[in-house]
Design a protein around this ligand. Structure first.
Ligand SMILES: [Zn+2]
Length: 626
């Protein structure tokens, strides 16, 4: 330690002893150490007799007086005129203590990385062959150089200043091991001698500023770390690349692979893509599944409309393209390892990736094949290639309708029936298969004919299509004809029943309203062909309604006629009663009523009497009673 730079006041000085107040006569400068007559530096608590004096200051080398007051701590005091601060006394004491005892507790030194540790120096009490205080090595002078098994080691005692960068560089340049012992927290004046010595030699904090074996240990450690990384990397690589047995769900059948084969798209699966390790099933299986769910099935289901179908995950995880693949096909024993661990295993983020990356990378490959999918930079999405969509849709549409027709015959194997028809039936020199593959107008025309046949299967349709497009659909045609005929018969019967019901209805109403005149009314001819009212009513609901109107009119007329007859009858009754009063016997009454009278135009009075005026007139013809 550079003593000349040690200017700060030591902590064991009393405030009153501070050099800033040198004239203070009450507080002599006190220190806990002194050099005794035998030349040895001692702490005040290890000095018992005056006899080993005189004492001098370790710092200024001026005489000191030992004071052992009964009521206060013992100490050494400077002369009143002294200007010593006793700043370096502890530092000097520590160096001399080391020189005298020749041992120290040295701290452990290890280097650590990645959880591994390499020992550089073992902690313990070390006995030195030699201790050289103030030993200069070139421009550099540590507090002490000690020799352990003939190897030099520098010791620094830190009281106020730690080892600075310059000193650190020097020990490193000389490759000299150096330990620094921190005495800055020691209160030397308050400790007994043995305790102070123990703290300096053993228990005060101490660290290695430099150790000549440290670099070698770092190299050894680096080797170990590399070895550990390699082992760990190879373990992780083994884990990532291992074959995992899939947990097949009970009753699971691979429907995708046959569908891919049926569509003759085998060349679009089992492609070499990154991130394949994410799947429990073989490459061809998960890729078939992805192709079916993302491309084939949507193409078959949705009619091409000009708007391309975007390829997305299953709702609500649309952003993950892997969400359309069953979870049991995806490994759950892989996690998102830190990039460092992946690098050890020989992977980067892209190549390790995720199930989504795997599917995305597969779709990219398909895009490069240039057929099934396209990528849109603008919309940042894959789409089903429109022509491919139309082709798959045409195939599915024809297969669906024709197998449905064949199934309705019925056919032993509609699927096979479709295949043999499609490969052999020709329209305009091209097979059905060729038309389906090629699309265009010829395909559309055949499609219209097939759709017309399909419409025949509906029970609502009564249309007979004789153009069977080369399909063995005669049974359907025969059934349809029979059905139409049966329908016609049933309908005629129903109509007959309805006509009878309508006739019953008008007859019943006529009886109610026309009574004895109903039969005559119902039999009246109404049409040019001579049909009667009741026959006409049976022909339709409209006709029935019409006859009901007629009936209402006829009933009205009848009621009016009846009312008129009753009125005439009442007038005649009145005439008879008056006549009976006017004549003495019934024979004369009858004679008057039924004899033509010139006054009423030659009419018989009984017949003439059809109004009040007529009655009055007839009454005036009666003889006046006597
Ligand atoms: Zn002094």
């Amino acid at each position: 330690m550079d003593e000349t730079s040690n200017l700060a006041p030591n902590r064991y000085m009393r405030q009153a002893d501070s050099p800033s107040e040198p004239g203070n006569r009450n507080g002599y400068l006190k220190v806990p150490f002194a050099r005794c007559a035998d030349g040895i530096a001692r702490h005040v608590t290890s000095v018992s007799k005056q006899t080993i004096g005189p004492f001098t200051c370790l710092d200024c080398e001026m005489p000191l007086t030992l004071r052992q007051p009964s009521n206060r701590r013992a100490h050494f005091a400077h002369r009143p005129d002294a200007h010593c601060a006793g700043e370096t006394a502890l530092h000097r004491y520590a160096k001399e203590l080391l020189a005298q005892r020749k041992f120290l507790t040295l701290p452990i030194l290890t280097v650590q990385d990645e959880g591994l540790s390499e020992l550089v120096f073992k902690a313990g009490i070390y006995n030195f062959e030699e201790v050289l205080p103030e030993f200069r090595i070139g421009s550099f002078q540590p507090d002490a150089i000690v020799f352990y098994k003939s190897v030099k080691l520098a010791v620094e005692f830190m009281v106020t200043h730690a080892v600075d960068a310059e000193k650190r560089e020097k020990v490193q340049a000389n490759d000299l091991s150096m330990v620094e012992i921190d005495l800055s927290e020691i209160r030397a004046s308050q400790l007994p001698s043995e305790e102070l010595d123990h703290v300096i030699l053993h228990s005060a904090p101490r660290i290695w500023i430099h150790h000549r074996k440290r670099s070698a240990a770092i190299v050894r450690l680096a080797d170990q770390v590399e070895e550990q990384k390699a082992k760990r990397g190879s373990r992780l690589k083994g884990h990532i690349e291992k074959q995992v047995r899939p947990a097949y769900p009970v009753g699971w059948e691979d429907e995708s692979t046959p569908l891919v084969e049926q569509e003759r798209l085998d060349h679009l699966v089992n492609l070499d893509v990154v991130c394949n390790h994410w799947f429990t099933v073989p490459r061809a299986v998960w890729q078939s599944h992805a192709l079916c769910e993302h491309v084939i099935k949507p193409s078959q289901r949705f009619t091409p409309s000009g708007a391309n179908i975007a390829i997305r995950g299953e709702w609500p995880s649309e952003r993950s393209l892997a969400s359309k693949i069953p979870s049991w096909m995806i490994r759950s024993d892989l996690s998102s390892y830190p990039p460092k661990r992946l690098a050890e295993a020989g992977y980067d983020r892209t190549h390790y990736g995720s199930p989504h990356h795997a599917v995305s990378s597969y779709l990219s490959k398909l895009q490069r094949h240039g057929r099934a999918v396209v990528w849109s930079d603008e919309r940042q999405s894959f789409f089903i290639e429109p022509n491919f969509h139309e082709l798959l849709h045409r195939r599915a549409e024809f297969r669906r309708i024709v197998t449905k027709l064949l199934d309705a015959i019925p056919h032993d194997n509609p699927e096979q029936g479709y295949r043999s028809w499609a490969s052999s039936h020709e329209v305009g020199g091209a097979t059905v298969d060729q038309l389906v593959e090629g699309g265009g107008d010829s395909y559309q025309m055949l499609r219209d004919r097939i759709f017309a046949l399909e419409a025949m299967l509906s029970s609502n349709s009564s249309k007979i299509v004789n153009d069977l497009c080369g399909l063995p659909l005669m049974p359907i045609l025969d059934r349809k004809r029979a059905a139409i005929k049966a329908d016609r018969v049933a309908r005629a019967l129903k109509e007959k029943e309805a006509a009878s019901a309508r006739r019953d209805a008008i007859r019943q109403q006529a009886v109610e309203r026309l009574e004895n005149e109903s039969a005559e009314w119902l039999a009246k001819p109404v049409e040019k062909n001579g049909a009667s009212i009741i026959e006409f009513a049976g022909t339709s609901d409209d006709a029935l309604i019409k006859t009901e109107h007629w009936l209402a009119t006829a009933a009205d007329r009848r009621r009016q006629a009846n009312a008129e007859a009753e009125k005439v009858a009442a007038l005649q009754a009145e005439l008879i009663r008056a006549t009976e009063r006017a004549f003495p016997n019934p024979a004369m009454v009858q004679l008057f009523l039924n004899t033509s009278q010139p006054q009423i135009g030659g009419h018989h009075p009984i017949e003439y009497c059809n109004s009040k005026a007529a009655l009055k007139r007839v009454l005036s013809l009666l003889p006046k009673r006597r």
